[in-house]
Design a protein. Structure first.
Length: 165
């Protein structure tokens, strides 16, 4: 009897995650505001700004878009995997991947997104390499390569565990 109550309480406690996923949607709003703030700063001066500076701003916008996509992926997949299935009305627009990402797939997509975000950040740094110390530049590359190797290793481990099952 006590064990059953304890297990029920533990199972219901998964709903503690729901407000966390809702909080991620607020982080998405903050990113949207930052995106349009950057765009509004850029557009009035687009004819005066050097091409390299425009590319840096566009890379920042792409970076924000990738992080936003990552938030959406984690928010919906995490909610569906750990809290409850999302029930949408018939005929409503549904994301094609919704309900198909298990925790391993989500983990690999998050790792790939982090590598992509890191790549864009590194490209922005390389475009501004004249203003960055060499030792800092080396650390940026090392950190990026760590993300790449980690994502690659996670993909290999995922393949190995799928073959063993």
């Amino acid at each position: 009897m006590l064990e059953r109550q304890f297990e029920r309480l533990m199972y219901v406690s998964r709903w503690i995650l729901a407000p966390i996923y809702l909080g991620l949607s607020l982080a998405l709003v903050a990113l949207g505001i930052k995106f349009f703030q950057e765009l509004i700063h850029l557009l009035p001066h687009v004819t005066e700004i050097a091409e390299a500076d425009i590319v840096l701003v566009v890379l920042s916008l792409i970076d924000i878009a990738l992080v936003g996509g990552l938030i959406v992926m984690v928010m919906f997949s995490g909610y569906e995997n750990f809290v409850s299935r999302i029930d949408l009305d018939e005929g409503s627009e549904k994301l094609s991947w919704l309900g198909t990402l298990d925790t391993n797939s989500l983990k690999n997509k998050v790792a790939a997104s982090i590598v992509a975000i890191s790549s864009i950040h590194l490209l922005k740094i390389f475009m501004n390499a004249g203003n960055v110390d060499n030792d800092k530049l080396l650390w940026y590359v090392i950190i990026h390569l760590t993300f790449v190797v980690s994502a690659f290793a996670m993909g290999i481990l995922d393949k190995l565990t799928k073959k063993s099952h």
